[in-house]
Design a protein around this ligand. Structure first.
Ligand SMILES: C[S@@+](CC[C@H](N)C(=O)[O-])C[C@H]1O[C@@H](n2cnc3c(N)ncnc32)[C@H](O)[C@@H]1O
Length: 362
């Protein structure tokens, strides 16, 4: 980046890039908007919470992280309580989920001593919050996934994969064309690559899609899953990912913009709008299986939390804090009700063969 570029807004930088080299892919646009080194959404905005743009499950209730804490202890015990293991969280946000996990899990004798807490985060502001909340557990931040110490690796990711850049393709008469972001009269606008991608490049599930169907593919998510699945396959462990998404590779446009707790135009206010897309968990499961892991059938968040004992945990909390009974019940319902987060959000788990993760069967 030149000195002049640094002073330009993200909007101006994107316009400059398109004017100089032509339209950019949706993935390039999304990547610039979210993680541009100085003007990207996760660099400049405070995304999560009442003052931010959206609320996530761990911010709704401590019960979410507590149940995942028990879930992790159960797997650690199934692995014969290894004396050293890595717990890696991808996109830990404000550190709330991990704080709730560890407050619970570290009650299991030996868990705290064996724990090597590792975080993967792009936002300097959120890293500072993670440091403040998790300092007692001596966290380390990874720049990449090149070096893992020996021992099992357990990965947790809540609403991380949906924040990675997707590419979009649209079915037209002559085949699938990549969707691009270009400029029309100086305004950002969607268009299509002039030539279709080579025939046969699309997965079988969508090969016969109707005209104008949209297909989204998240190569960044698949790459991270592939790297981590190979590590878990070699060292033992598990990968738990919770996100909105689907369990069968399919067509449909899911890219969305959110600003100040309301939907916003994807092309509007780059760097100030959260962009995300539903996760193709079938694709991630295939990647994990190819690396040698077993993958559980997808559970809804509602099913998963109910099986882990959300109702019982809520009752215990209500008994201990009767004045907060209504708030606790509301939070419980938000997490599991089908009209709220219960069905939209899915829980994915890939793991070493032989382990039996809780929450995936009744
Ligand atoms: C939607 S927030 C979810 C935060 C947290 N897991 C929660 O549930 O509250 C996405 C998180 O992923 C991080 N993130 C997004 N893109 C990333 C990337 N490319 N590399 C590392 N972290 C990223 C964000 O900074 C943020 O911490």
């Amino acid at each position: 980046m030149t000195e002049i570029d640094k002073n330009l807004t993200l909007e101006q930088q994107i316009a400059l890039q398109i004017s100089a080299s032509g339209p950019i892919s949706v993935a390039t646009y999304m990547g610039l908007c979210l993680t541009h080194p100085t003007r990207g959404y996760y660099r400049v905005r405070e995304p999560i919470g009442g003052k931010g743009d959206f609320i996530t499950a761990p911010e709704i209730s401590q019960m979410f992280g507590e149940l995942i804490g028990f879930w992790l202890v159960n797997l650690w015990q199934q692995m014969n309580e290894p004396k050293a293991f890595t717990l890696l969280e991808l996109g830990p946000g404000r550190g709330t989920l991990m704080a709730d996990i560890l407050r619970t899990a570290c009650r299991a004798p030996g868990f705290r001593d064996a724990l090597r807490l590792t975080l993967f985060e792009t936002s300097p502001g959120l890293m500072a919050e993670q440091q403040a909340r998790l300092e007692a557990y001596d966290p380390k931040w990874l720049q990449n996934f090149d070096n893992f110490e020996d021992g099992p690796v357990m990965v947790v990711a809540n609403e991380f994969f949906d924040a990675l850049p997707i590419r979009q393709f649209i079915r037209k008469e002559k085949g699938w064309h990549e969707r691009q972001v270009g400029l029309l009269d100086g305004k950002r606008t969607f268009g299509l690559s002039p030539t279709p991608i080579p025939p046969g490049s699309m997965p079988d599930d969508v090969a016969d899609a109707a005209p104008d169907s949209v297909f989204e593919v998240n190569f960044a998510a698949a790459e991270i899953m592939s790297i981590l699945a190979k590590i878990v396959s070699r060292q033992g462990g598990s990968i738990l990912a919770i996100d909105y998404g689907y369990g069968r590779t399919q067509t449909g446009e899911t890219l969305q913009g959110v600003r100040n707790h309301a939907y916003a135009d994807v092309l509007d206010a780059p760097g100030e709008t959260d962009l995300s897309a539903h996760v193709d968990f079938a694709a991630l499961a295939n990647v994990a299986r190819r690396a040698g892991l077993a993958a559980q059938p997808l559970a809804t968040q509602g099913e998963f939390l109910a099986r882990l004992g959300l109702a019982e945990r809520a009752s215990t909390l209500i008994k201990a804090n009767p004045a907060l009974a209504a708030d606790i019940a509301t939070a419980r319902d938000r997490l599991v009700n089908p009209e709220q987060m219960g069905t939209l959000f899915k829980v994915f788990c890939a793991h070493s063969p032989g382990l039996i993760p809780a929450g995936f069967s009744a």
